[in-house]
Every structure is written in structure tokens, then in C-alpha cells.
Design a protein around this ligand. Structure first.
Ligand SMILES: C[S@@+](CC[C@H](N)C(=O)[O-])C[C@H]1O[C@@H](n2cnc3c(N)ncnc32)[C@H](O)[C@@H]1O
Length: 493
């Protein structure tokens, strides 16, 4: 198979979201389909050089499961890869001919989003009805802004999403016949977070999940292209209800790596009362144990009288008010770089970020009154051991009447004011514990921690948190010590 895109410049590949599926991953995806009809109408949207259709065809030819005809419809926008795609389709024809299968293909060299949205909405090009038995996809990944042509087109069919891949999936399932099957590899980002809320609702309403597979290594699935994305593969069918149980599997992503499989109650994957419809993916024993632990906790953040918000100082909007060093008329400005082993180290001399912000009528709405606050990073680096990194802001070490928390932080507060100290330290221990990190990893495949994610967690009650807070002697303690303390208070051991 030709690999024209491998040579194309990186920026062009990024613009097209062009990251090709390796043969072992494509074969694995093709193996996930359940029973197929005699005549399969296959959709491959964003076909690239045709790796996914080729894997599907190989499966049908090898398994001899009664498929007699494959009619493949492929959409690919990039004219430079079309020659490679046509060549792959001819290889598929030959493979099918040898296996006694009739293979027909149609390539649409058009924009799948524009064309399909217009046709599904009965617009310019006439109407389109669901007509596929099977779809296989590795859709392009790219953010689409609110005023982009893709967003407008998707709105014609009632789809609201900020990433191209989710738009592809939403359109693909609209083109499936009832019972039609979809296997796709996508970023895991749609499983949590507020931006994909509408997409999750649409997805879970129209598709019955049958299998989720997660790659343990962040880079494994697209290592050739050096893409840093945690990806999942899912198998789903159009319509129906969600199953009672769902098979979750995981692998390292290495070609010969072993696959671990576990059945979970579907209610463990999407909690029935979760308005956000997070999709949890427990892939290790630690994830399951964490679920058990958090299931035993009865408090919500709101019931504790605590709120978590995103830092209000958006630095580029208040550029004129920022100061590298504290001076008369300024108050402390805190960034993640001020985190220092559980507490805040401020100011940082010769740091890259400003340490202070003017306190005046313009900036005051973005500041908070001094007090004890718990801070968490919104973005952790890959190297960081935990996704959740919390530190305590203590006015005794950073004295000032007001303080600014920059937008890359989340801060826990009580109605806009500081927290009671023991409660804040208890929350510090809880959020920095391994068990909460493991729980978090069940639903989040990326290094971003949204305030919504923190709001949806279950928390110990006030008394337990305060006791944990009193039990923690210092904040720069080893992970094992935090885990032991949290364990002791949650399990009494
Ligand atoms: C992630 S790649 C996957 C390619 C192939 N399916 C594979 O798995 O190797 C996505 C493909 O979608 C194509 N693409 C991007 N935007 C598109 C659009 N709006 N309509 C059709 N194809 C598009 C890209 O050129 C790219 O080849």
C-alpha cells in the first residue's frame, strides 16, 4: 500500500488530521465487528490510503463468514492521497476475487462534513437516508471553532461539537441502518469534560456500545506519526439499548502485546444518575478498586459548602496590570509554576511568569479576598505522576488582602471566600491521593483537569475531611504517607 502522506509536511497533515492507522491496529478494529450480512454496505469516511477498508476486506476474506458482496463507499478530501487509495481498493478487489466475494467501491473526493450534513438535512444536494450496514473510521482530529464552516454545516443536522472527529462520528451513525455497526478509533477526550457533553448525549442515545478498548501507552496507537493522544477504539451498533454488561479491554499498543479483557456492568461505565454522562473506562485493577472506594463516599462538593472554579485572571486580557515583581499597589498573582511540593512558593525571582497584579477597580472583579484556598493545576505534564495535583494557598506564607488566581488553575473556595483550614488540608490529602487519581483516570484520558471533573467527584463528609486535615502534619510528605492517611480514614485501616 502506498503511503503518500508519510512524506507530506507535518503542518499539512495536521490541517487534514491525517494520521494513518497501522496495520495491526486496523486488523484489530476489523476483528471487532459481530456477525455481518451477506451483502455489506461499508462506509469509510476520512479513508486516507484505505487501511481500514483493507483490514475489513482481509477479515471477510480470511474468515469466510458468508459475506458475498462488499460495497465500499469512501470519503477522502486530500487529492494527494487518492492514488494510494485507489491502489489499495484494487488490492481489495483482487483479494475478494480470490475469496469469491464481489467487491465494489466508490470514492467521493469531497468534504464529508459539508456533503453529508447538507444531504442529511435535505439541503442543496438532495436528501440522504441511512444506508450502511457497517462503518469503520479513524476520523481526522482537529478543533473546529464556533464560526468555522464545519460547525455551521454540523448545526444543520443538530450536531454541536468542537472537534472534527466528533462531527464525523455523529454523521457516520446517522448514516447507519438500524443495527448497523461502527468501529472507530478516536481520541478519548469525548468521554468526559463539558465540551463533549452534547456529543456524549447524542452518541449514547443513538449507539449501543458493545466494546471499548483502550491503549495503555499514550503514544502506542499512532507512534509512527509521533501523535500524543490517548486513543480508544469502540464498537457500537445503531439503536437498541445499552447492554447490561460491557467488555472493556486494554493493551499496550505494541504489535504483539497481550490484551486484557474485563466485563463491567454498564452502570459502572456510565453512571445512571450522572447528568454529565461521563464514560468511565476502568482498565486496571486499581481503577476498579478506586471505583469501590469512591462509591462508598456520600458527599458532593456542593453538600460540603465548597465550590471549585477556574482561576479568574486571564493574563492576556489584563496585560497592563501584570507586574513581574511585587510592588506597591499590587497583590500576589498565582500560576501553576508557583506550586511547590504541596504549598505555594511565591514570588519566584526571575521566573517566566509575572508574580503580581495591580489591585485596582479594573482588576478587583478578578481577584479573591485572602484566605486558605486549595489550588489544582488544570493541565499537568505527561511526566507528572498524578493527573490531579493540588496545593494549599496559605495567607500566612503569602500575606496580602487580595490574591489573583490565574486561569490555568482551579481553586476551591466557600462562596468566593477562603476555606476552613482543616477542611482545606483534608481536601488536599484526598485530591492528592492515589485512589482519587486512579478514579480520575477511569474517565479522563488526557492531562487536562476541568472544574466540572472535580465537581462530579464524590467526596468524604466534612467530619472525615477535617479529621484527615488534622492528621496531616506537613504538606510536603511522600505519596505513601498521603495514601496511608486517606486509606485509614476511608477504610478505617
Ligand atoms: C486520521 S486520518 C485516517 C486515515 C485512514 N482512515 C486511516 O485510518 O489510516 C483521517 C483522514 O481524513 C481525511 N479528511 C480530513 N478532513 C476530511 C473531510 N472533511 N472530509 C473527508 N476526509 C477528510 C484526511 O485527509 C485523512 O486522510
Amino acid at each position: 500500500m502506498k503511503s503518500a502522506v508519510m512524506d507530506s509536511p507535518r503542518s499539512r497533515k495536521e490541517e487534514l488530521g491525517q494520521f494513518l492507522t497501522s496495520t495491526p491496529v486496523a486488523d484489530f478494529m476489523a476483528s471487532l465487528f459481530w456477525a455481518l450480512p451477506k451483502k455489506v454496505r461499508l462506509l469509510d469516511a476520512g479513508a486516507g490510503a484505505g487501511a481500514l477498508t483493507a483490514a475489513f476486506v482481509s477479515r471477510c476474506c480470511a474468515q469466510r463468514e458468508g459475506v458475498r458482496v462488499i460495497e465500499a463507499t469512501l470519503y477522502e478530501l486530500d487529492v494527494e492521497i487518492l492514488e494510494a487509495l485507489v491502489e489499495t481498493m484494487h488490492e481489495c478487489e483482487q483479494l475478494c476475487a480470490a475469496a469469491g466475494i464481489r467487491f465494489l467501491f466508490t470514492i467521493h473526493s469531497v468534504d464529508f462534513i459539508q456533503e453529508t450534513s447538507a444531504r442529511l438535512s435535505g439541503g442543496l444536494f438532495g436528501s440522504l437516508t441511512p444506508s450502511y450496514d457497517v462503518a469503520i473510521a479513524n476520523p481526522p482530529y482537529r478543533k473546529i471553532s464556533t464560526d468555522s464552516p464545519e460547525r455551521s454545516a454540523l448545526r444543520w443536522v443538530g450536531v454541536e461539537t468542537s472537534n472534527l472527529y466528533a462531527g464525523f462520528i455523529a454523521l457516520i451513525h446517522r448514516l447507519l441502518l438500524p443495527g448497523g455497526q461502527l468501529v472507530a478509533i478516536t481520541p478519548r477526550s469525548f468521554c468526559n469534560g463539558p465540551y463533549f457533553r452534547a456529543f456524549r448525549e447524542d452518541f449514547l442515545t443513538h449507539l449501543e456500545l458493545r466494546r471499548l478498548h483502550v491503549f495503555e501507552s499514550r503514544q502506542a496507537a499512532f507512534r509512527d506519526d509521533g501523535v500524543l493522544q490517548e486513543n480508544i477504539i469502540f464498537h457500537a451498533a445503531k439503536g437498541g439499548r445499552q447492554p447490561a454488561e460491557l467488555l472493556i479491554s486494554s493493551s499496550s499498543g505494541e504489535p504483539d502485546g497481550s490484551i486484557t479483557e474485563t466485563d463491567f456492568a454498564f452502570t459502572d461505565i456510565v453512571h445512571p444518575h450522572d447528568a454529565e454522562k461521563f464514560i468511565h473506562i476502568p482498565s486496571t485493577a486499581g481503577h476498579s478498586a478506586a471505583k469501590e472506594t469512591l462509591a462508598g463516599l456520600g458527599s458532593s462538593l456542593a453538600s460540603l459548602g465548597v465550590t471549585v472554579s477556574t482561576g479568574r485572571v486571564v493574563d492576556f486580557r489584563l496585560k497592563g496590570a501584570l507586574r513581574q515583581e511585587p510592588e506597591r499597589g499590587t497583590v500576589p498573582l498565582l500560576y501553576p509554576c508557583h506550586f511547590n511540593g504541596g504549598t505555594v512558593h511565591w514570588p519566584i525571582a526571575s521566573g517566566r511568569k509575572p508574580n503580581a497584579i495591580l489591585d485596582n477597580a479594573e482588576t478587583r472583579p478578578w481577584l479573591v479576598p485572602s484566605g486558605v484556598y486549595l489550588l489544582t493545576k488544570r493541565f499537568t505534564s505527561k511526566e507528572e505522576r498524578r493527573r490531579l495535583v493540588a496545593c494549599l494557598f496559605d495567607p500566612e506564607t503569602v500575606p496580602a488582602p487580595w490574591v489573583g488566581f490565574e486561569n490555568h488553575l482551579n481553586y476551591f473556595h466557600a462562596g468566593g471566600r477562603g476555606l476552613e483550614r482543616d477542611l482545606a488540608v483534608g481536601l488536599f490529602a484526598f485530591l492528592n491521593s492515589t485512589v482519587v487519581d486512579q478514579y480520575f483516570r477511569r474517565f479522563s484520558g488526557h492531562t487536562q483537569v476541568n472544574a466540572t471533573d472535580l465537581r462530579t467527584l464524590a467526596y468524604p463528609d466534612c467530619g472525615t475531611l477535617r479529621a484527615m486535615g488534622r492528621g496531616l502534619q506537613a504538606l510536603d510528605v511522600a505519596q505513601a504517607e498521603i495514601d496511608q492517611l486517606v486509606d485509614q480514614h476511608l477504610h478505617g485501616c
